[in-house]
Design a protein around this ligand. Structure first.
Ligand SMILES: *Cc1c(COP(=O)(O)O)cnc(C)c1O
Length: 481
């Protein structure tokens, strides 16, 4: 028998149930674990072996996974993970991933329920953003790729469909794009991958609130036009990775319309905050954009990965990606029917069923609960900022727009080095996982509160630990003087 199915389905079923129990137990008790642990040599060596030729019992393999994989992850399920911008996942997500692995749909195209569920998500988002119902939506790995695809769509929209075959050979003017100095790194890389080069991305300085400076943007556009460049795109940031700042979307939309730029929004962090009535006004004007990148795996807590791209004008999206390969020909009926397939909207052909875990998450929890967690994260960030402002040893390094708090030790001497030490120390002790970023030439501690499990007690625990470390390093510094 050459099939890869188990000989004994009953035994397999038992083992599988056991594995599910194991992972549920782990999540139930995540709070009692260290946020992060370094991988011991013993576990490391499990993944330095030769490929195995002969079978091994599944329960043994699972026991290796529980011992050598499960404890050594990113830590983002833990309530005191505050580093970087990571979603926390949900128990519903576990079940959804399991079911979707069992179904093993290929959502690149054809006529089946996978595409119907994905269109449901796109239509929910169109409602949320206030895009027309004809807007197209596409699951991708994450906003890095969603932003790249949007850059490419904008390029084809400006240069016409011939650009797809000619590439840059027939482009006379140099194309340029704009984003803020706090725009995500993937936007520059998107220009690189699109063949334009990251030098053609103008990084406009930010104002005191961390938002793109509109006067400087206008100046840059005028200067570029005077110098024979062809401005084609502005990428707004709706929730910056540095500080959580949201660009002035309504004003950017007006500038983009006036200058005939494609108006794309990097909503990786912020777009799902539209679910919250309290936060929605921050994003006024988002509905005027031409495209939006966002991540269900961040504030939506859908298990990784679940990035998404919305494009207002379906024709512009199709113009960049639709294809007529013979093996993708459509039928009038049957499995090969349907007009627009996901492979006409982006570069992927084979794609998993990311729509199911997203649909199940929203269907089970309801959007109100997700919105409430987003609001709560922002309240906790505000609470954290208040505590920092009241602490004589610490100071805030940027205004808190949403849920990201940048702060550090108050002294100027060696502040960067001490802030870095504090972060690494907290990781190693397993107490918390903040990260750092550079602001005004200084390395600052950055707590990004995205986890729906985080409470006020967690914030207190993290700040108490940081205060202890600050006192420790300050006295060390004094002793050495
Ligand atoms: C996370 C993030 C990205 C990249 O998204 P991925 O899902 O990690 O690919 C882009 N922009 C911002 C503002 C982000 O926070």
């Amino acid at each position: 028998m050459t099939s890869l199915d188990p000989h004994d389905w009953k035994a397999f079923r038992q083992t599988a149930h056991h594995a599910l129990d194991g992972i549920i137990t782990m999540l139930e008790h995540v709070r009692d674990q260290a946020v992060w642990k370094a991988l011991p040599d013993e576990s490391q060596s499990v993944f330095e072996r030769q490929m195995r030729r002969f079978p091994r019992p599944l329960d043994e393999v699972i026991s290796d996974v529980m011992r050598h994989v499960a404890p050594f992850g990113t830590g983002n399920t833990h309530p005191r993970f505050m580093g970087w911008v990571h979603g926390a996942g949900t128990p519903v997500g576990i079940v959804a991933e399991m079911i979707s692995a069992g179904l093993n749909l290929n959502c690149g195209g054809r006529y089946h329920v996978g595409l119907v569920v994905e269109r449901q998500i796109a239509s929910w988002l169109a409602d949320l953003i206030k895009y027309p119902p004809t807007a197209t939506g596409l699951f991708v790995t994450g906003s890095s790729i969603a932003n790249f695809i949007a850059i490419y769509i904008a390029l084809v929209a400006r240069l016409g469909p011939d650009y797809r075959s000619h590439g840059h050979r027939k482009v006379a003017k140099k194309m340029v794009a704009y984003t803020s100095a706090h725009g995500h790194g993937c936007i520059g890389r998107g220009l690189e991958m699109a063949g334009l080069g990251s030098n053609q991305l103008r990084r406009i300085p930010v104002d005191a609130a961390g938002r793109i400076s509109l006067p400087l943007l206008n100046e840059a556009i005028t200067r570029d036009r005077d110098n024979g460049f062809d401005p084609f795109l502005v990428v707004a940031t709706a929730g910056s990775v540095e500080t959580g700042a949201v660009d002035q979307l309504d004003e950017l939309g007006a500038i983009a319309a006036h200058e005939r730029l494609w108006f794309h929004v990097d909503g990786a962090i912020g777009a799902l905050a539209l679910l919250s009535d309290k936060l929605r006004p921050l994003f006024r004007g988002i509905e005027e954009s031409q495209s939006i990148a966002l991540d269900f795996h961040k504030w939506g807590h859908v298990p990784y990965d679940a990035g998404f791209l919305m494009v207002r004008n379906s024709a512009a999206n199709l113009a960049a990606f639709s294809n007529s390969q013979s093996y993708l020909q459509r039928g009038e009926r049957g499995l090969a029917s349907g007009d627009v397939w996901p492979c006409d909207l982006g570069p992927d052909l084979s794609r998993g069923f990311r729509a199911l875990k997203t649909w199940m998450t929203f269907e089970t929890l309801g959007s109100d609960a997700i919105a409430k967690c987003i609001d709560e994260n922002c309240s906790l960030a505000a609470y954290m900022a208040r505590r920092i402002e009241a602490d004589p040893l610490l100071e805030l390094k940027a205004p808190v727009a949403l849920n990201i708090v940048c702060f550090g030790i108050r002294t100027t001497k060696d502040a960067s080095a001490i802030n870095r030490e504090i972060v690494m120390n907290l990781h190693e002790q397993g107490i918390a996982a903040p990260s750092w970023t550079q602001l005004g030439g200084e390395t600052v501690i950055r707590c990004a509160i995205f986890n729906h499990r985080t409470t006020r007690d967690d914030v207190d625990t993290v700040l108490d630990a940081i205060s202890r470390l600050v006192r420790h390093y300050s006295s060390e510094q004094e002793a050495s003087q």
